[in-house]
Ligand binder design. Sequence first.
Ligand code: F0G
Length: 439
Amino acid sequence: MTPSELVCYEPACRARYPVDEVIYNCPRCGGLLEAVHDFSALDPAYARRLWRERRLSNAPLDRSGVWRYRELLPFLDDPARQTVTLCEGNTPLLDAPRAARYAGLDRLVFKHQGFNPTGSFKDNGMTAGASQARKLGMRRVACVSTGNTSASMAAYAAAGDLQPIIFIPHGNISYGKLAQALEYGAITFQVEANFDQILKLVRDLAERLGIYLLNSINPFRIEGQKSIIIEMMDQRDWSPPDWIVVPGGNLGNVSAFGKALRELVELGFLPRSPRLAVIQAEGAAPFYDFMKDPRPGRFVPVPHPETLATAIKIGDPVSWPKAWDAITATGGLVAKVSEQEIADAKAQIGLCGIGCEPASAATLAGLRNLVASGAIPSDADVVAVLTGNVLKDPDYIYRYHTRDLKGPGGAALVSTFANTPVVVPNDPDSISRLLNSEK
Ligand code: F0G
């Protein structure tokens, strides 16, 4: 028996279901589901010490930056047998003075989820979702993805002896990500539709064929992604920052962050909650629009989302009710940024020697605007979460640095920080002349 159950997230329903029921929405009212745990036996002081000691251990579960904190995600009944782990998490906090100056902040720290085994924060959630799939005895797992989820799911399914089936918008995901999914053995469908449309298709197929759905609507993915916050707080010796900034697409990540912060404060791990800031791309910003005047039932999807930051090119985010609560409960905010702002912020993160994918750079672009408008003071203690690795969209990077990057509508973007490669003859004299003129 685990101390966990699934509970409907709708306040008017709150129906409860056993944790091993294969459901993704409340069968009674259709609401989102949340995994809820009995933490009454958990002593924060003891847990903090235990988690520190596990950093010295060589046991696979202790080395994982997700399962090290397994007391806060206690839904497996036989972790040693059920867990699928690739040593995920363990992602660094990186000081980035140059990016801080760009944002107008005294100091800025990035938590870089791109250091994960498949290159994005999805691994934190996927280890949990794939483990639950094994616990349930599922054979096949499926997801729709703009890239990172599919690479992550394919890897964890392969490692856990499950058959991955991925659905991606045809022509709209990066080759690097597609390559990972193929290499990890995923059955791969390229569908002529956008993310939101394909999610509906996959949900239908999962139901019909008994395939386990591993999109972030799956509550166990959210449980795994809580560890991004738990690990961040452990790395900061349980001293919360003022702000945590994260890009928003399907809004699973901010929902997980909100749940983690709620639990950590309620259980006494943290004295107060940091505020959450979600940044969307302006061509795919339904949550930003909603939060200007939030009212139940008033969420209006964007039918044709557009942004070069394909990871957040989502117009109908399923987790918006949880994200709404995460923003409200933490006194947070939602902002949107332009393609130009994302492109330039991304180049600045690169110049820190860090780098990230376009969606992740929305954090720095958003921060810069929020500091300029006074919404975030320049001396605030801020952690921005870089969700994916710099290698995801090499084509975008090359075009930016060769002044050939065009926005979704075809308008040219300005390569403010271009670093164009130079073609030279195989001749030391001319190369020397060039380098000397550079001095
Ligand atoms: N950043 C990156 C790098 C992502 O891959 C995603 C989502 C997000 C941010 C947005 O996170 O959806 O939880 O708000 N990528 C999904 C995918 C949709 O299919 O890989 P969210």
